[in-house]
Design a protein around this ligand. Structure first.
Ligand SMILES: NC(=O)c1ccc[n+]([C@@H]2O[C@H](COP(=O)([O-])OP(=O)(O)OC[C@H]3O[C@@H](n4cnc5c(N)ncnc54)[C@H](OP(=O)(O)O)[C@@H]3O)[C@@H](O)[C@H]2O)c1
Length: 252
């Protein structure tokens, strides 16, 4: 069965991906929605009655979840036409001051889970399948006070570019979307609201538009997609400017 997997589907950008998925990928018959909050996933499933939806309530920071996904893949042998690696978190805080659990959670979720799920699902993909990784503008340059987060997103963008080349012979495309700040639960979860002047002053991206643009970029097989002109310019600036100078401008 033609299947799409969306991680972090229970809120924010992930929920928007699911709501809009059928507009851009109408051929998908079945959705696997992954997040911890089962009630949110069930609510979302009810909003797409025309599709078969499987809600997989699991903690992607727990490696047992990888075993559960692998077992499900082996048992059902779906044709994965779209994988959206969206689940992610970003905590504001200086290394050495922030708690270790939140610093390492960003690595577990943003890197380890994304890498594991990609590795497990590629064997179930076919020519024309798409992988969409949610990165960030934070991947363009290290961001002090969010140093771990920006480093995880640098990995996501780098992983995307490398994997896109690697999977070319198989006809599978890989896209990274790099949004600026969006008004989602991310800001509360990461203790950013009220604690960062940079976040207060930056232009915000609308997650509804980001989801639409990112799905279309994935369909078109683009490798990096940056929504909003302001951030397209920022990406060019970050490329053209020595990183030691840029990092002085990017303090959160
Ligand atoms: N908002 C921004 O300013 C911004 C900017 C650039 C990039 N991004 C990126 O956009 C992506 C989506 O974030 P968002 O803004 O939509 O934030 P969000 O509303 O907080 O969504 C995060 C999603 O990840 C899921 N999640 C968190 N921890 C998980 C875990 N341990 N296991 C499984 N699922 C987990 C959450 O579901 P549960 O809590 O139910 O598990 C939720 O569905 C992230 O990769 C983020 O880094 C966000």
């Amino acid at each position: 069965m033609k299947t799409a997997i969306v991680t972090g589907a229970s809120s924010g950008l992930g929920r928007e991906f699911v709501r809009q998925l059928a507009d851009v990928f109408p051929e998908v018959e079945c959705y696997w929605l992954i997040a911890r909050r089962a009630d949110r996933l069930e609510e979302l499933a009810a909003a797409v009655p025309e599709k078969r939806v499987e809600c997989l309530s699991m903690d992607l920071c727990d490696t047992m979840s990888f075993m559960a996904i692998q077992e499900k893949l082996n048992a059902q042998k779906p044709e994965i036409v779209l994988l959206v690696n969206n689940a992610g978190c970003g905590y504001l805080g200086r290394v050495g001051e922030a708690d270790t659990a939140s610093q390492t959670r960003m690595i577990d979720l943003n890197l380890r889970a994304l890498t594991a799920i990609t590795n497990m699902t590629v064997p179930f993909m076919v020519p024309g399948s798409r992988i969409l990784n949610v990165s960030s503008i934070a991947s363009f340059c290290p961001t002090p006070r969010m140093t771990v987060y920006s480093s995880t997103k640098a990995y996501v963008s780098s992983f995307t570019v490398g994997l896109a080349e690697e999977l070319k012979p198989k006809g599978i495309t890989v896209t990274a979307v790099c949004p600026g700040p969006m008004k989602t639960e991310f800001l509360e979860v990461g203790n950013i609201t009220g604690h960062s002047r940079t976040f207060e002053n930056l232009p915000y991206c609308d997650q509804v538009r980001v989801a639409d643009g990112a799905l279309r970029a994935a369909r078109a097989g683009r490798t990096i997609y940056t929504p909003k002109l302001f951030y397209k310019f920022y990406r060019i600036l970050a490329k053209a400017t020595p990183v030691k100078l840029m990092v002085k401008l990017t303090k959160t």
